[in-house]
Design a binder for this molecule. Structure first.
Ligand code: FE2
Length: 361
């Protein structure tokens, strides 16, 4: 087993969007994130603008290229609004890059320093799935609002209860799942969940394969899906047909009170995936054993699941982009550290239903 990289936590997620100003407004009003920093023409950065949003340990940056020479224009044309970077915080960037080099990672940006009046940050990026990268960030004693070049902006969201990124999910091309599980095992030292119950999920029409990889401290959890053969188009293939390459399918946002969070997000206008009929009859005992009432979870489309350590509750939004390529999850962990598997099957059925509504089954 490859030794895990010394990753402190997920530092931030960067999304490339056609109109970062509007998307950041959505993140404030719908998700409750606070706008904390900005970089753009007004701060001496004429080619692009970026809005840094945060809540607790979650940091999400929305960037738009402003000129046609910017290669991110091509990224947008190919993928639509999409996640470009999942960045990890490390302490010793050069030490980490030495390890990455020895593990044959492909660098897209070699280690470099960027500075402003708040201090200096060291960064390097490696290629990941599709057109996505992983940036490694060593903050040193940097005390600015986000990263050098960003200026403070204080536009609060609201108290949605979100406080971190629990995991993210990646859709990869057919027969590429093993390759990407190996990538995360060999390069980052994340280990595959042997007991993951969702390895093969299918209905009588569509199918997918999935695997989960995690760091030993569970600060980095990634689930990966590939399309599998069946009589109709896999939902992972529908994603690939719109996104053109592998990419992030959803971001899972942690809350300590999923009922409060989903209620607030629904009130703000976000649409959650309807749970297939009959679900709450099947899980009545589990709902009770997790300390909930069916009448509370059902109207909010919150699913209940467990692993051998405790319960977890999850709800998923409909796509938040026009292409059906990115959605959000809200997750509350009550002891569970991995995933249960039964909710994954229900999510699969719910997405298949949406895929049929889009005429893409
Ligand atoms: Fe998820």
């Amino acid at each position: 087993m490859t030794h895990p990289l010394p990753i402190r936590r997920i530092h931030h997620v960067e999304m490339i969007a056609g109109n970062a100003r509007l998307t950041s407004f959505f993140c404030r009003k719908a998700l409750g994130l606070d706008l904390v920093a900005y970089r753009g023409p007004e701060t001496g950065h004429p080619g692009s603008c970026s809005y840094a949003l945060a809540k607790g340990d979650l940091r999400l940056v929305i960037t738009s290229p402003l000129t046609h020479e910017d290669p991110r224009v091509v990224f947008l044309a190919l993928h639509g609004d999409s996640i470009k970077d999942i960045a990890f915080e490390v302490e010793d960037l050069d030490g980490v890059c030495e390890i990455l080099e020895s593990r044959s990672a492909t660098f897209v940006q070699r280690p470099r320093s960027i500075s402003d009046t708040h201090g200096t940050v060291r960064l390097a990026s490696i290629k990941a799935f599709g057109d996505t990268v992983h940036t490694f960030v060593a903050r040193g004693g940097y005390d600015g609002p986000f990263l050098p070049g960003f200026e403070v902006r204080k536009r609060p969201g609201y108290d949605s209860g979100i406080f971190n990124l629990d995991h993210f999910t990646v859709n990869v091309e057919g027969r590429q799942l093993d390759r990407w599980v190996e990538y995360y095992a060999d390069i980052l030292g994340l280990h595959p969940e042997e007991k993951w119950a969702g390895k093969e999920v299918h209905s009588d029409r569509t199918a997918l394969h999935s695997q989960v990889v995690t760091s030993p401290d569970h600060k980095v959890r990634i689930s990966l899906n590939e399309p599998a053969a069946a009589s109709r188009r896999s939902q992972v293939q529908e994603f690939l047909d719109y996104h053109l390459t592998a990419g992030v399918q959803h971001l899972a946002l942690s809350t300590l009170d999923i009922v409060k969070t989903v209620t607030a997000m629904k009130d703000s206008g976000l649409e959650f995936l309807p749970v297939p009929e009959g679900y709450y009859d099947r899980v009545a005992d589990q709902v009770k054993s997790c300390g909930f009432e069916r009448g509370v979870l059902e109207p909010l489309n919150i699913l209940v699941d467990h692993d051998d350590r405790g319960c977890l509750l999850q709800a998923w939004t409909r796509p938040v982009t026009d292409r059906p390529t990115l959605f959000l999850e809200v997750i509350e962990r009550r002891g569970a550290v991995t995933f249960g598997g039964t909710s994954f099957k229900v999510l699969f059925e719910a997405i298949e239903h949406e895929q049929a509504r889009r005429g893409n089954l």
